[in-house]
Design a protein around this ligand. Structure first.
Ligand code: CDP
Length: 230
C-alpha cells in the first residue's frame, strides 16, 4: 500500500497531537509534532537569555539558529517521542507556561519558519507520516494525501489543556490557559508568513463532542473511502 502523508492543522489545543498519535499507532506511521519544534526554539531563546523583560531579541536569536539541533527520539517506555535540543531531552520544559507564553511570537519569524519547514519536509520525504501543526497542509506538505483542519469549542479546548498540564504536574490556572490559547490563536491566524488557515482541500473536523476513539474512526473511515484500503 502507498505510504500516505497526512497533514493535521488547527487551533491551539484542539487535540491534533492526540489524533495524530492515535493514527500513527494504527497505521504504523511516523508522527511528528511540529509545534514541539517551535517550542524547542522558544526554549532555546529562554535558556540563552535572548528574551529580556519579555522582549525577544530577534536578531540575536536569528544569528544563533545554526546552533540549534532538534531531534525526535522514540521513548519506548512512554510510547512517544522525546524532543532533544542539542542532545538534551527538553520534552517537559517545552510544555511549561513560560514557553507557551512566547512560542507564537517566535513562530512569526521567517528565519525560524524556514529552518523548521525544511527539517519537517525532510522528515516526510518518504511518506508514511502524520504531522500536526498550523501550516502543514498549506506550506509543509501542500500535496498531502489527507488534510484535516481540526476545531473545537474554545472552552472545551482550555479545559482539555488544563487537565493535560495537571497530569504532567505543570500547575497553572484555567484563566491563564484560556488567555494563552486566545493570544496564540490570534497571533497564529493573523501573522504574515504561513498563517493558520484551512487549506482549500482540507476536511474540517470539529471534535468538541467526539471521543478520542470516534475521531480516530472518522479519519480511518476517510482513508478507507478515499484510498480503498485498511
Ligand atoms: O499544543 P498546542 O496546540 O497548544 O500548540 P503547539 O502545536 O505545541 O504549537 C505551539 C505554537 O507553535 C503555536 O501556537 C504556533 O505559534 C507555533 N506553530 C507554528 O507556527 N506552526 C506549526 N506548524 C506548529 C506550531
Amino acid at each position: 500500500m502507498k505510504k500516505l502523508t497526512i497533514a493535521i492543522d488547527g487551533f491551539s489545543s484542539c487535540g491534533k497531537s492526540t489524533l495524530a498519535k492515535d493514527l500513527a499507532k494504527e497505521l504504523n506511521y511516523i508522527f511528528v509534532d511540529s509545534g514541539a519544534m517551535y517550542r524547542g526554539i522558544a526554549f532555546f531563546a529562554l535558556q540563552n537569555k535572548l528574551i529580556i523583560d519579555g522582549v525577544i531579541h530577534t536578531d540575536l536569536l536569528i544569528n544563533r539558529l545554526d546552533e540549534i539541533n532538534l531531534e525526535f527520539v522514540y521513548n519506548k517506555e512512554k510510547f512517544e517521542s522525546d524532543l532533544l535540543l542539542n542532545g538534551v531531552n527538553i520534552s517537559t520544559e517545552i510544555r511549561k507556561p513560560d514557553v507557551a507564553a512566547i512560542v507564537s511570537k517566535i513562530a512569526v519569524l521567517k528565519e525560524v519558519r524556514s529552518k523548521l519547514v525544511s527539517t519537517q519536509q525532510k522528515l516526510g520525504e518518504f511518506g508514511g507520516i502524520i504531522m500536526d501543526g498550523r501550516d502543514i497542509g498549506t506550506v509543509v506538505f501542500p500535496k498531502a494525501d489527507i488534510k484535516l483542519f481540526v476545531t473545537a469549542d474554545p472552552k472545551i479546548r482550555a479545559e482539555r489543556r488544563f487537565k493535560e498540564l495537571l497530569l504532567k504536574d505543570l500547575n497553572t490556572s484555567l484563566v491563564d490557559i484560556t488567555a494563552n490559547l486566545e493570544e496564540r490563536d490570534l497571533i497564529d491566524t493573523t501573522r504574515k508568513i504561513s498563517p493558520l488557515v484551512k487549506a482549500e482541500d482540507a476536511i474540517e473536523l470539529d471534535n468538541s463532542n467526539l471521543t478520542r476513539e470516534s475521531q480516530l474512526q472518522f479519519v480511518l473511515d476517510l482513508i478507507k473511502e478515499r484510498f480503498n484500503t485498511l
